[in-house]
Design a protein around this ligand. Structure first.
Ligand code: FES
Length: 160
């Protein structure tokens, strides 16, 4: 049977992930590198991109989950009801990503990688969410937002 590669969703993070897997030849043996690419683009190993990796590498999802949970350097889905992923890659860093991270930390009294005590918000950082053109950028749940400043960021984390 011909292998049908899954369609790449119209989302800059999936495009970045697909580029990384393509470079690795979609090889089954590149699973760990592919999961790193998920973490870099999404900030953590979210379910949907893991399924996408499984389909792209023709691996059973159980194998992908097994590897994801085995290695401590992978970050699994954060516990918060809402997730704010701030990109801290070069393009975003130059445009003040750190100020954005600091503002969220201060306002919500958490550090990157943590969840607020009330369980409402988790803060995660990513390496490049694939939208350098609108840096500094972040993802609030599923919504990608760009040209952020502290105020615009907090208005999104507070609406939660
Ligand atoms: S570095 Fe932030 S989107 Fe690329």
């Amino acid at each position: 049977m011909m292998f049908a590669k899954p369609e790449v969703p119209n989302d800059p993070r999936y495009k970045a992930l697909d580029r990384a897997m393509k470079k690795l030849g979609y090889a089954k043996s590149s699973l760990i590198e592919s999961l790193h690419a998920v973490q870099e683009a999404f900030g953590f190993l979210d379910d949907e991109p893991m399924k996408f990796v499984a389909a792209s590498l023709r691996l059973p999802p159980s194998k992908v989950y097994g590897v994801a949970t085995f290695y401590h350097y992978f970050t699994l889905k954060p516990a918060g009801e809402h997730t704010c992923v701030v990109c801290t890659g070069t393009a975003c860093y130059i445009k003040g990503a750190n100020k954005i991270v600091d503002a969220v930390c201060k306002k919500h009294k958490i550090k990157a990688g943590e969840t607020t005590k009330d369980g409402k918000l988790s803060l995660v950082t990513a390496r490049c969410i694939g939208c350098c053109g609108i840096a500094p950028a972040a993802v609030f749940d599923k919504e990608v937002l760009g040209t952020l400043d502290e105020e615009k960021t907090l208005s999104n984390t507070i609406r939660n």
